[in-house]
Design a protein around this ligand. Structure first.
Ligand code: HEM
Length: 480
């Protein structure tokens, strides 16, 4: 019996013991050793068959990459008749679709607007760029660089709380001098939201409300059961925005640098004075813009920070290198987003009948661009399952809308490319690398508190990241 078969037997045995969890999943695919796909059979030519029910399985959630590999190798445009959509899984095909704003121009109408309102995600062409340009400059370039001090200040304020026993953020053991905390609760869940809240120009008192809007609007997008609560949160956001819009129309509020100098009006003030087609934006339009930024700026960066620390701590030599060379946080952030991004991909709807990789896709089909898979495409990145911040095929410099592909280096696909490239890419990059750099200067001897972490199916190894971000990251450390 091969090692893999042996492991599989163990895995299946442990899976059957875990009957409670198994019964909650839709389809009972056996849980496989990481990196190994369950054999779904072969066709007459020896090509692996692919059962679309795998997408609904717990196995796929924890171990998606070997399945994406089957798709990339044998079904690069996979027609999933069960879910009525097409999965595009190779890097070059996805990039081609993202750049073709006419052929694959929008996400399906209505897929986000019921909760977020009329957002730019569903627009294309001039309508889209006009909307995007209203606030985009606040999240990049000089406006962002001048505000780095403010981002550092927010990070330090949160870290101060780790050493304040009354905050309940950490547990301290005086006998060993060690602290234990869950990084999400103590930092990553709130830090990106605090940064975005500040750039938008919400008063500090609105911070708690911000969490409420964020949580329920995101929940509302996720599923019908939560839609009502999502709509209520959006209405509450709109009421709040209305209360400050009139005031900001008359007197804009300014973002300040760390010396108290005005950098630029905050995003709400900017939107309040914006004129489109001779008219100011309505409160509803302003709210929709804000709702999208609120929604886009939280979970994504939270996941990137948690995944980065999780991966670095499992590769101590790379962690050591980063601790000794601050600029390497940038490379670590990009490699994390390539290896284990917090968002998996984007839906598109094709405007015309198209043929891609020999598959005819009728106009108006739902097409999933699987960014997770693009980031693991061995046609672009060597040994893609390996986490390596020193890899020389990943481009990790200035993020470009046009993407980067030159001299054997390519950008990761976690922020997309083309007209819808994430406008929060730069700010989230600053949050992830600056926030982590500050953390690393205030704590030492950090290790994953494995005893508190969820375990994989063998009951011993740490649970894999799988799709998205790990839920919790427990750390033990000493104060610097
Ligand atoms: C690691 C963190 C992040 C990741 C991985 C991420 C990923 C993405 C991706 C893949 C898209 C493209 C959507 C498409 O092609 O349809 C996108 C769009 C967007 N993101 Fe992010 N994002 C992150 C952080 C942020 C932050 C911090 C903000 C806000 C401050 C933000 C705001 C937005 C907005 C407004 C859009 C819509 C852009 C458009 O349609 O033109 N994102 N994001």
């Amino acid at each position: 019996m091969s090692l893999v078969e042996d492991l599989r037997k163990t895995v299946i045995a442990s899976y059957e013991v875990d009957a409670e969890t198994a019964s909650t999943q839709s389809f009972d695919f056996p849980l496989m050793p990481l990196g190994t796909a369950y054999d779904m059979g072969r066709d007459a030519n020896g090509i692996p068959l692919f059962d679309p029910r795998i997408f609904d399985s717990r196995e796929f959630q924890r171990n998606p990459y070997p399945y994406y590999r089957i798709l990339r190798d044998h079904y690069p445009v996979y027609h999933d008749k069960l879910h009525n959509c097409y999965f595009v899984t190779r890097y070059n095909d996805i990039a081609e679709c993202y750049f073709d704003g006419l052929g694959y121009n929008t996400i399906p109408k209505g897929s986000s607007n019921h909760v977020l309102g009329n957002t730019q995600l569903e627009l294309s062409g001039i309508e889209h760029s006009r909307r995007r340009n209203l606030y985009g400059r606040h999240l990049v370039g000089a406006a962002l660089t001048k505000r780095i001090g403010a981002i550092c200040k927010l990070a330090n304020e949160m870290i101060d709380e780790w050493f304040n026993p009354a905050s309940g953020m950490t547990e301290y053991d005086p006998a060993t001098g060690k602290y234990t905390m869950e990084l999400g609760k103590a930092f990553a869940n709130e830090f990106p939201i605090r940064v975005v809240c500040q750039v938008l120009g919400f008063p500090d008192e609105a911070r708690d409300k911000f969490y409420y809007w964020y949580k329920y609007m995101m929940g509302g997008i996720g599923g019908r059961d939560y839609e009502q609560k999502g709509l209520m949160a959006r209405q509450d956001l709109e009421d709040f925005v209305e209360s400050i819009v009139e005031e900001r129309r008359l007197k804009p509020n300014f973002l300040l640098d760390d010396e108290g100098n005005e950098v630029a009006p905050d995003i709400i003030s900017e939107l309040c004075k914006t004129i489109v087609d001779g008219d100011v934006l309505s409160t509803e339009e302003i709210t929709s813009n804000i709702a999208l930024i609120v929604g886009g700026g939280g979970e994504t960066t939270r996941g990137a920070i948690l995944n980065m620390w999780y991966l670095l701590l499992q590769h101590p030599d790379q962690m050591e290198a980063v601790l000794n060379n601050d600029p390497l946080w940038d490379a670590a952030f990009h490699e994390t987003l390539r290896h284990s991004s917090s968002i998996g991909g984007q839906p598109r709807q094709n405007t015309f009948d198209v043929e891609l990789q020999g598959v005819k896709v009728p106009a108006g089909s739902l097409m999933h661009m699987v960014d997770f898979s693009a980031n693991h495409d061995e046609r672009i990145f060597a040994d893609p399952e390996k986490f390596d911040i020193f890899r020389n095929d990943l481009y990790s410099e200035k993020i470009l809308r046009s993407g980067y592909k030159k001299d054997g280096r390519t950008n990761h696909m976690a922020f997309g490319v083309g007209p819808h490239l994430c406008p929060g890419a730069w700010i989230s990059h600053q949050e992830g690398s600056i926030g982590s750099s500050i953390m690393s200067k205030r704590i030492k001897n950090v290790r994953i508190a494995t005893e508190r972490m969820a375990k994989d199916i063998d009951g011993v190894s740490l649970a894999p990241i799988g799709l998205g971000a790990i839920n919790e990251l427990w750390l033990e450390f000493e104060a610097m």
